[in-house]
Write a protein that binds this ligand. Structure first.
Ligand code: DQA
Length: 152
């Protein structure tokens, strides 16, 4: 049952580089679901939770920064899988910090069980929290987490 107080909330799901290839990209690590299937599920979950969900993917760091900035006044919360930019991008971190829109970081794989260069997230210090390692379920948990955070 949707909580009326957040019925008009808008959640933006951001996908970073190479996530457009989900379904065919290293399925043993990232699973067999396509990005379209994940987005469809998130939009259906949004209906159940009573929030509007929009999804955006880009392979380009600056486009992700633009998308975060365009959330000002338009978006109540972000769920972001910044892909490899998680481990490199001060620009995406600064954008999240600048807009002051609550953000949950998600990863399909458990980044702490993988190569050492994936263990550090530039985003972690500026997000509400992180969900890592549950495959496509990480996004669904991330959506629930941001809704619960906004409800609080
Ligand atoms: C990822 C983990 C990153 O290390 C990697 O570069 C990705 C996907 C994940 O969802 O598990 O592209 O963010």
């Amino acid at each position: 049952m949707a909580d009326n107080s957040i019925l008009n909330s808008s959640i933006s799901v951001l996908h970073g580089p190479n996530l457009n290839l989900l379904g065919q990209r290293e399925p043993g690590i990232y699973g067999v679901l396509t990005l379209a299937a994940i987005n469809e599920q998130l939009m259906a979950d949004g209906l159940d939770l009573g929030v509007r969900v929009t999804c955006f993917q880009s392979n380009h760091e600056g486009e992700l920064v633009d998308q975060i900035q365009s959330g000002i006044g338009a978006v109540d919360g972000f769920v972001i899988n910044a892909g490899a930019y998680t481990h490199t991008s001060v620009a995406i971190r600064d954008a999240i910090a600048a807009v002051q829109i609550p953000t949950v970081e998600v990863h399909l794989s458990n980044i702490y069980r993988r190569e050492e260069f994936r263990h550090h997230s530039y985003l972690a210090p500026v997000v509400v929290g992180q969900i890592s390692g549950f495959g496509a379920m990480s996004y669904r948990l991330g959506l629930r987490a941001i809704v619960a955070h906004l409800r609080d």
